[in-house]
Design a protein around this ligand. Structure first.
Ligand code: TRP
Length: 339
């Protein structure tokens, strides 16, 4: 049996080239070696207010972007979190074995809470719901960026705590940070990772940006005070532009060096922009084709939810009976030894 992979993306902000080069592209390559579930985590998105119409549109957009990138719905399940109620149900059970102190320590919680006037309880529970997403499918591998490493560690802690309280129930997932895939930084600030939610033009190239906007964003990218590319002292901005070029072109380090040594930054940026555009144009064409049939994406999501729901439901059954709760199938009968 193939190992199960689970990952999630929030339907908020705009997916950008950093998401593609760091995550989505790898998922596409992984999908034949694993049983993959890609989840659009709308219940996570509503931990901060989302206008309902925008949220609905974003969910469909993300699903269509997954498809345009090459996620094959015959092999992988693309699903919406709220389509499978077991996510929320398991999250509650896990909340009850999670000390508040573990949650208050999460750096993402601290950052998000500091930016809100009133901190919703959902923001604190966010990582428990994420643990539920993963544990519900007994996923062994969770491909995420470094920024999610702390949440994955917490998932492991919660799984272990549940197992020690109620008996072996959950697979303790591996924290598998990407070994391949580029870490793309913000174009306006190459010291921070390119982010979906960072405000301001000039920060990211979104996957659906038109060519003239892509050119503008890249031409304005922050570099340094050197006049031209010098591999002996690459500033972070220039290095980031090179990483983008290299990731899209597939060039070797040697080819990069030969081609770009001594090139003026203006010319480097032009070449990076054209390289990105040459990949995004066919991608955007696939996106338009996919979305031209309004029922298609909805059908993929329905099929995804139908495929994964039985796995999720049987985990919830097991968890509830381990805890002594009432389940649809067994009522109050205890689980058998073998389970
Ligand atoms: N918290 C993740 C992020 O912001 C999204 C997410 C939710 C997720 N549930 C998940 C990622 C489960 C991996 C596995 O990127």
């Amino acid at each position: 049996m193939k190992a199960r992979v689970f990952s999630g993306v929030q339907p908020s902000g705009n997916l950008h080239i950093g998401n593609y080069l760091g995550a989505l592209g790898n998922w596409v390559r992984m999908q034949h070696d694993y049983e993959s579930i890609f989840c659009i985590v709308d219940l996570h998105a509503v931990t901060v207010f989302q206008p309902p119409e925008e949220l609905r549109a974003k969910i469909l957009e993300i699903a269509a972007l997954f498809l345009a990138a090459g996620i094959d719905p015959k092999h992988s399940s693309i699903m919406v979190q709220s389509a499978v109620p077991a996510h929320a149900e398991l999250a509650w059970m896990l909340t009850c074995v999670t000390p508040v102190g573990w949650l208050e320590r999460m750096t993402q919680y601290k950052a998000k809470a500091a930016a809100q006037q009133t901190v919703g309880d959902g923001l604190l529970q966010y990582p428990v719901l994420m643990a539920a997403d993963i544990m519900l499918y007994q996923a062994a591998i969770v491909p995420v960026g470094e920024d999610q490493a702390q949440h994955l560690e917490l998932t492991r802690d919660i799984a272990q705590r549940f197992n020690s309280l109620y008996g072996e129930t959950f697979v303790v997932p591996q924290t598998s940070l990407p070994t391949v895939g580029a870490r793309i930084m913000g174009l306006d600030d190459p010291t921070t990772k390119m982010s979906k939610s960072a405000a301001g033009a000039g920060h990211a190239v979104a996957l659906l940006d038109p060519p003239d906007r892509i050119r503008k964003t890249i031409m304005r990218a922050t570099t340094d005070s050197n006049p031209a590319v010098d591999f002996a002292s690459l500033g972070p901005g220039v290095e980031n532009l090179m990483n983008i070029f290299q990731a899209y072109s597939g060039w070797t380090a040697e080819q990069m060096r030969t081609h770009f040594t001594g090139m003026r930054y203006g010319d480097l940026k032009k070449q990076v922009a054209e390289m990105v555009i040459s990949h995004l144009e066919p991608f955007q064409q696939r996106y338009r084709q996919i979305t031209s049939d309004p029922g298609y994406v909805a059908g993929v999501l329905r099929q995804g939810a139908e495929r994964v729901a039985p796995i999720a439901n049987s985990t919830v059954e097991l968890v509830k009976s381990r805890m002594g709760l009432y389940t649809e199938k067994r009522g109050l009968a205890p689980p058998s030894q073998a389970e």
